[in-house]
Design a binder for this molecule. Sequence first.
Ligand code: AMP
Ligand code: GLY
Length: 418
Amino acid sequence: MKILVLGSGAREHALAWKFAQSNRISGLFIAPGNAGTEEHGVNLPHLNPNDVEAVTKACKDRSINLVFVGPEDPLANGIVDALSKSSINAIGPGKDAAMLESSKVFSKAFMKSHAIPTAGAKEFDNAAAFEKHINRRKGRFVIKKSGLAAGKGVLESEDKSELLEFGKRVLETDTLLVEDYLEGWEVSVFALSDGVGYKLLPFCADFKKAMDNDLGLNTGGMGAICPVPLVSQSLEKLIIQKIVEPTFSGLKKDGLTYRGVVYFGIMVTESGPKLLEYNVRFGDPETQVLMPLIQSDLVSLCEAMLSGTIDKFPLQISTDSALGVVVASGGYPDEYKKGVIVESLPNPKVKNQLVFHAATKRDDQGRIVTGGGRCFTVVGTGPNTLSANCAAYKAVPDVVFEGAWWRHDIGKKYFMNE
Ligand code: AMP
Ligand code: GLY
């Protein structure tokens, strides 16, 4: 089978790394890919994942049988619908179901109509009504841009003027939700859906804040762990019963076929788990900790998703833990430098550690240069979260480039629960 992975992040590097281990592939392409993915397959650096026609043509020219869509934008643009018209298999939902991520107004209405527990929310599309509501409103709340915003569409703050300013800016181009603030801790749950049944992967936790002890600005995620020691069997059951099952029965009721990854962003509160958001793809950095733990062949897993047999698939998962630490560029999540020369990376031969690149490139002298805000994810594995943490943090200082920084406490708050 010939496979194309769309995207250039560490998530796509982890997917390419895992696909490359399969003895069932005869070709692996990554578009546009990065300096890490070129170790596992052929990068197509000039192919834009959002250019539906160019992707379709590239698949035909190279006899690619399967496209794995990493990021949300091509899904929201309808890439899977276009590929399927040309009889090219793809993992990811069509444009209609992708609205679960591309429109928070749509996803909130979906949650409400299928009685899925979530934060109460009010929708606004004009500044005057929004301002009146905010001025009257008491307590803590969150403002969310409805459309895609690459992790920058949500503001939680106690400062009303900051919330007002943010909301008014959103309203210039989009609708927004004002949502009740939920107190608790977060888990990321991934389901592989074949349109009929689904299979859950082990639960992950993402560390979204920029600074240690969950302080500072929201980011795309500064680290992740898998599994999550705090998740008991009874909590897992509750999440399936209250959130996962009603989602899949809701999709069926609403006539939405979903063949791809459903990502449930969940807040575990005192009154039970509540759904914060859906994403219609794998998480980043969660994928970097999931892939090393999946023992089954990824090509066979994708085939089960394509053939409607996922619930019978004998999914094998390691009993180990994995922990990822994101190494970011100086200034991220605000303005940051790109094109910084990477002076060194951890030795790839050391057991229990992996390095996934994000948006890196090679310059004309063959040196690796950074290309994004989150530049690398260093992953450690071990029998528990603590040992995975030690393995990851042993390797992190070997990532050397000017301005590199990372959080020091990924996974730490979970150690005592093991
Ligand atoms: P979302 O894109 O909706 O997942 O929001 C991004 C992040 O903002 C989440 O992962 C949470 O950390 C935070 N967040 C979103 N909604 C809420 C909420 N209602 N209460 C508290 N935190 C939230
Ligand atoms: N880890 C957050 C995301 O992928 O959206």
